[in-house]
Design a binder for this molecule. Sequence first.
Ligand code: MEV
Length: 452
Amino acid sequence: MIKRTSQLPGFYKVTVAERRKLVAEATGVEAHEIARALDGGGLEAETADKFVENVLGTYGLPYGVTLNVRVNDKDHVVPMVVEEPSVVAAASNAAKMIRAGGGFRAEIDEPLMISQVQITNVKDAARATSAILAAKAEILAKADRAVPGLCARGGGARDLEVRTLGQPSDEMIVVHVIVDCRDAMGANLINTIAEAVADRLASLADGRVGLRILSNLCDKRCVRVRCRVSADVLATDDMDGQAVIDGIVNASRFAELDPYRAATHNKGIMNGVDAVVIATGNDWRAVEAGAHAFAARTGQYSPLSIWRRDGDALAGFLEMPLALGTVGGTLRVHPSARLSLRIAGLESASDLAAVAASVGLASNLAAVRALATDGIQRGHMALHARSVALAAGAEGGEVEGVAAIIVEARDITVEAARRALSVLRETSRRPSGDGEALGKRKERQSSTAVEG
Ligand code: MEV
């Protein structure tokens, strides 16, 4: 019986092989299974050739895990696929602060998606609307017949809405069939339903069939996440926790008042959400489209999360639509996506949405805290330095050592990294204590940059 935990102290300091063992112990997914599903990107070119067209190969991205994530009293080690340095470390770090205040509280809507059928050439929109609504039971039954597998899993068509668009001269209505997709993201199911009911809807409306497709603004499938963070864990070397709270609330107000800032604030949220969405084989373009349409729903583009003072503590709230699946689609064929669900201990689409949104809120907290205190560049640069060290040819333990040197010298260039690497290699050949001093420096930098 494994004790599922997401707290793995010192995780960032050990090798990839050791991390796999630690994750195996924490999640019950064996290290050799992790290796099989991830080595070589987890996807053969032959399999990729079945996904899309004109395949030449596959394209790898880093696969990390966010630690410390606790949602509704359950721990999750959360896989993230992302190329940007510091995103995983920042989310782990912020999740640790949130965990100290009890973790994330999430509530998730039923998995209801919208199937849109556009009807054009409608002479009398009011009459068309009444005729369609009067035939609601018949339309829902027709929709259900088109997706028997979904109905067998407990999902199916639930409701019907008719909206008149534009001016009467546009002669256009749109019918929404609301469908419970259970654990599927639902795009294929929803499109199948749209095509199955369109002719009958057009005949009831005495109009012509237009587009038949899902809406990515799935605002009936939202997730809401809350957290409370105490001031002491927010404090930095230079600012006390209360001042950090004021700074974060100020950052939130800025985003609430200014779409230019809201876009960047939301990008910080999507750093976390998208990385989980990609790691679990879900459609991140659909999630992005839904998130930004939702953010603009009042007519002013707004932040998906807000931060407020709650007594002496900080309270965060995030609301966004999230159409994710844990069955079907890419999950059927991509071994790494299936592995991600097992590592995270997730089976249902709603739990996955709760976890992805929580990681989004953690990423957002990390970003606004950094912006309200030291600025974003310090942490970013420390991590960017590691990629520069790699580019300069550093290997294994040399990467951290070289990164520490170029950060300290405030010269994060490949040239500086090459010089640092030759100094490091030269020093490690000498029997004196210089190597130890470099080792200490490396340790210091790691703990500020990537503490998980
Ligand atoms: C960078 O990937 C994300 C941030 O710009 C988010 C933000 O400004 O809140 C740091």
